[in-house]
Design a protein around this ligand. Sequence first.
Ligand code: MN
Length: 263
Amino acid sequence: MVRYYLLRVATQITHHERGVRYFKAKVFYFSFYCINIVMKYILYSMVAVLFVVSGEDGMARSLTTYREKRDFKKTKEPAGRKKAGNKQPIFVIQQHAARAMHYDVRLQIGGVLVSWAVPKGPSLNPKTKRLAVMTEDHPMEYAKFEGIIPKGEYGAGPVIVWDRGTYKNIREKDGKLVPMETCLKTGQIEIFLRGKKIKGGFSLIRMRGTTGAKSQWLLIKKKDEYADARRNPVSSEPESVKTRKTIQDWKQKIKAMEKRKSE
Ligand code: MN
């Protein structure tokens, strides 16, 4: 009987002790759980703040590749220090007689000129698809560049400002305008150009399986009142909208310069 009683007391103590230990463990794990949540919250808000800061200027695109390719002591092309204003975005089409003749189509996006090399230049015929190969982003001042990139330099040869003006983003999804940075990422750009030679809606569509720096796109005229299968400004309007000079004029100038040097 006594033995039984003692045993009961002993087990009760044990029960009691176990309960206390269990409660302490519970408190410990609960506080751990709370701290964990708070830390996660702090970490996530820090990441969010970083995102907002880095995305302040649109998508914070970089001119590093552009600068690496050029020696600004030798070429008159701009190094790019000016920041873009918040007026209407601009576009420029520069005819460039490098190793192969092409037209550089550039759109102001995120403070730089996002660029494509279009070998045949833009067409006003909605049935014509023109290949556009993405090239490195250029600085805003490049839109005004016309002249000669010296021999031995990247893209050596004459450049003219073939057309320029402002553009409007017209890509919509569910009745809302899609930001240009998003259009770039998804490879679906729709714009309305207001140039001197080129006007109206255009699509720039990235081809499947191509991404990044040298991705391949198609430049296609949209069907609107500015579409015109007969007009071909690439051949009928070759002169610069800045100086009225043609690529041929600049080529002759280069020849004359070289002749003078060799004499
Ligand atoms: Mn070029």
